[in-house]
Each structure stands twice: as C-alpha cells, then as structure tokens.
Design a protein around this ligand. Structure first.
Ligand code: FAD
Length: 467
C-alpha cells in the first residue's frame, strides 16, 4: 500500500543542482519534497566528486611543493603516507559538508525521502524507502539526477583493479604501476593525486590534442610542467587487457602501432560521464531527450512537459557543479512565478591539477570559428615577481580581446592557483569589460593576479618587452 504525499515541488536528486533547487524553492516560500536514493545529501560533487578530489589534491599540492623547495635551500625527507589517515581525513571533510547540507535542509523544513524515484505519470512519482512505499503527487518536478562514469562495455568491472573515479577516490591502495585511460580533467586530477602519493602513473588518451578546450600554448606550458611526474601518452588507446594474478597486462596502440605490453596494478577508466536518466521512467511520460542523450530544456529549464524541469548534469555539458547550481536557481525562481532565464555569457572550467589550468569564454579556435577579429595578449609568469618569488614561474596568463571594441572575450591561465585567478577574467567578460577597464584597475603588487592587468597592458601596447 502506497502512502500518498502531495507537494508543490518535488526535487529528484540532492547533488549541487538538486539541493540548490530545493533550497531556493523553500526560500521563495514553496512547499518542497526532496528525493535522494543515496544515504547522504550532496550527490556526486560532495560524496564522490569535487570535494573528495580536492581534499586529496590539496595533499598532492603540498607534497609537490615540498619536493620542489629543495632548489631554494630547504629539503624535506620523503613524506610518510598513512593511507588510512588520509582516507579518514577525506571522509571527515565530506561529512562536515553533507551534515551541513542536512542542517540547512531541516532549517528550511524541506521534507526528504531516501529512495529511488520513478515517474508513474507526469503528475506523480513512486518511491520506496526501505519498507515504506510512497506515491508522490506534485504540481512541479525538478529532475536533478546527475551523471555517472561512462563504462567500456568490453571491460570486466568485476575485477577490483579496474576502477572508475569513485573507486579511485576511495583510496583503497596506492598502486605501484597505475594506468589512467582518459586525459580529461578527472584523469589529470587523479594522475596528480596518485603520482604525488607514490604511484608510477601512465595516462593515455586516444586523441592527439591534449585538453582541446584550451589552446596549444596553454597546453604546452602544462605538459612542460609535468616534468616526469607522470607519463602522458596522446594518440594512444587500449587494445586488450589480460587479467592475471600478478597484474593487468595491457596492450596499447600508439599512433596506430602496437606498443609493448605493460603490467599495471590498477587501471582507472576516466573517459567521460553520461546522464543518470535511464531508470526514471521518462519514456512513460514522453519526456524529450536530445540527440546527445541529455534531457532537452529551454532557457527556463523547462522540459517539453512545462511543469517538469531539469537541471545540472542531466541537461548536458559543461557537466560542472556551478553550472547546475545556477540552472537550479533559475528553475526555482520560474516555478515561484519569476520570469527569469538561464543565459550566462560564460561558465569557467578548471582542472585542479598542479599547476592548475583554468579557462573561460572563447579560445582562439572558437574565436576563429565565429569569425571574430581577435587579438591575443599573454603574460608569461617568468616575468612575474610573485611567481618567481613563490617558485612557480612556469605559468602563463592569456587573454583574448575582440579588436573591434577591445572587449575581453576569453582567457586561460595555467599556473599555481589559476582556478582562483580566472575569477577576474570571468567577471570581466560577464561585465563587458574592455582592455582599458582591466589595465586601469589597480592590481596589488606582487600578486599572481597582476598578470591579468599586465596582459591587458600588453594588448594596449603599454608594455612591450617581456622575458
Ligand atoms: P549529481 O551530483 O550527480 O547528483 C545527482 C543525485 O541524484 C545523486 O545524489 C544521485 O544519487 C541522485 N539520484 C539519481 N537518480 C535518482 C533517482 N531515480 N531517485 C533519487 N535520487 C536519484 N564539478 C565541478 O564543478 N568542480 C569540480 O572540481 C568537479 N570535480 C569533479 C571530480 C570528480 C571525480 C567527478 C566525478 C566530478 C566532478 N565534478 C566537478 C562534476 C560535478 O560533480 C557534477 O557536475 C555535479 O555533481 C553535478 O551535480 P548534479 O546535482 O547535477 O548531479
């Protein structure tokens, strides 16, 4: 027997998109029910994504900085890695945040059911929570069920040595020889973590261009910085994996040629993510999926069924927490009667590697494609006093300006803390700043973000000679 529940808004999924939608709806006075199949709130981001990866990346950064300090006259011995304690610390970071979310949910009187939701009709859902069964009737629904790693169908995921990103973040062991398949953001972040903790890491990608979202000059600075910490092999793909007791014997093909077999202790498959929408019963209610397999939405995040909304990873790339959060706020505001739209000028992306790579707006390839008459202004960190003093002078700040009006249309930064620095570039583009605005804004000295003002001066021609 199903218990009947009525609500103004039901939100399915409690990741950054789901909890942001639920919180904003409640703050706007709507009655909200949140459904989450996982034990804790926070979705992929808090439990098995952004937050655990960043806590491990913090450790990797400190280890790497300590190793690199020897050139300044200070040497440390090799770090002692207590994997159990690291795991405990990472879990405590997650717990602090997921507990905080639950506290904020309770303060807003948002009801919750812990179970998997399936559409029964376009006005109702079925959910099972342990032995309890619910029939939820709603006026509006927001689908925020996120995404999951893409699997290679021919691989045996029963073998505990074949990992996805969730397995890698469990930090069960530090494999001596570790292969990462896929050099996207997640693959690179895991390579940064595991190489710092002591694994010998190979990372392969079937494409010949590294991180195609950034221009080659930015990619080149990063590739130079890897400096044998791990081995990046582009234009290389998996051919066969033989599972033996002593290791996973991998045959790879590089530039169409067979490579020698290599034995690994673990393999991470990080080839992208796919939306989690297959078990929602969407076909039953006729909800439209676009050609790329994501839920089709308009600028108010409405699906083809106007009282059902979708936000976050399920609506397509960029599959990033901050994109989902902003979509969620718009969906909630539209439901509450506001005529708002999701139309950001730009959404920043960051690889939290060491050094970090961050980009926003157009790159050169995209500016060319859009027939924009653009000019690039770059500032190498070898000319930055702060970067040299901080032992991180391998870096670059690159801005792209539209020559017709001198407005900034894109930027990329590779270097320590690039992810924080890109904020000024995002704001500049969103606010329609031109080179003068950036160059005349007084940047504190010596800082890394000075490189943004200085790049604008390069564009204006007030700075010409750089190292
Ligand atoms: P999710 O976070 O995936 O949440 C969806 C929730 O829905 C889950 O809790 C799931 O259990 C629940 N759910 C699914 N189906 C049902 C159902 N039928 N019934 C009930 N509940 C259901 N992004 C960044 O912006 N910055 C980063 O640094 C970053 N790092 C990442 C690192 C890793 C290793 C990974 C894997 C991802 C990372 N991401 C990062 C991406 C980010 O995690 C996602 O973009 C973000 O979590 C998407 O949020 P979401 O709310 O749309 O979905």
């Amino acid at each position: 027997m199903h218990q009947k529940i009525y609500t103004q808004v039901v939100v399915i999924g409690s990741g950054p998109s789901g909890y942001s939608a639920a919180f904003r709806c409640a703050d706007l006075g709507l009655d909200v029910l949140l459904i989450e199949k996982y034990n804790t709130l926070g979705g992929v981001c808090l439990n098995v994504g952004c937050i655990p990866s960043k806590s491990l990346l913090h450790i990797a950064k400190v280890i790497q900085e300590a190793r690199e300090l020897h050139s300044t006259g200070v040497s440390f011995s090799e770090p002692v890695i207590d994997i159990k304690k690291i795991r405990f610390w990472k879990e405590s970071v997650i717990k602090k945040l997921t507990d905080g979310l639950d506290y904020m949910r309770k303060k807003r009187n948002i009801r919750i059911i812990k179970g998997r939701a399936i559409f029964d009709s376009d006005r109702s859902l079925l959910v099972e929570e342990k032995e309890n069964k619910f029939h939820v009737f709603f006026k509006n629904a927001i689908i925020a069920t996120g995404s999951q790693p893409i699997k290679i169908p021919s691989l045996s995921y029963n073998d505990e040595r074949i990992w996805d990103s969730t397995d890698a973040l469990l930090l069960k062991k530090i494999p001596s020889r570790f292969l990462i398949v896929g050099s996207g953001i997640i693959g690179l972040e895991m390579a940064t973590i595991y190489s710092a903790l002591g694994s010998k890491v190979d990372i392969i990608d079937r494409f010949k261009d590294f991180l195609p979202a950034v221009d080659q000059d930015i990619a080149d600075v990063y590739i130079k910085s890897i400096n044998e910490r791990f081995n990046l092999m582009l234009n290389t793909h998996l051919d066969k994996i033989k599972e033996t007791k002593n290791g996973l014997i991998v045959k790879m093909i590089e530039n169409n040629l067979n490579k020698e077999e290599i034995s690994y202790d673990a393999i991470l498959i990080a080839i992208g993510r796919t939306p989690s929408i297959n078990e929602l019963g969407l076909e039953k209610i006729g909800l439209k999926i676009n050609n790329f397999g994501f839920i089709q939405v308009d600028k108010q995040l409405k699906t083809n069924i106007p009282h059902i909304y979708a936000v976050g990873d399920v609506t397509g790339p960029p599959m990033l927490a901050h994109k989902g959060t902003h979509e969620a706020h718009i969906a909630a505001e539209v439901i509450s009667g506001k005529n708002h739209f999701f139309e950001p000028t730009v959404i920043p992306s960051i690889a939290y590697t060491e050094p970090e790579i961050a980009w926003v707006g157009l790159n050169e390839k995209e500016a060319k494609k859009e027939n924009i008459d653009y000019e690039v202004a770059s500032f190498p960190w070898s000319a930055s006093g702060r970067a040299i003093a901080s032992n991180c002078s391998l870096g670059m700040t690159k801005l792209i300006f539209n020559k017709s009006n001198n407005k900034i249309i894109g930027g990329a930064i590779v270097g320590t803390n690039a992810g924080e620095l890109i904020g000024e570039v995002s704001l500049g583009i969103e606010m329609g700043c031109d080179a003068e605005d950036l160059a005349l804004t007084i940047h504190a000295h010596p800082t890394l973000y000075e490189s943004i003002g200085l790049s604008a001066e390069v564009f204006k021609g007030t700075i010409t000679d750089l190292l």
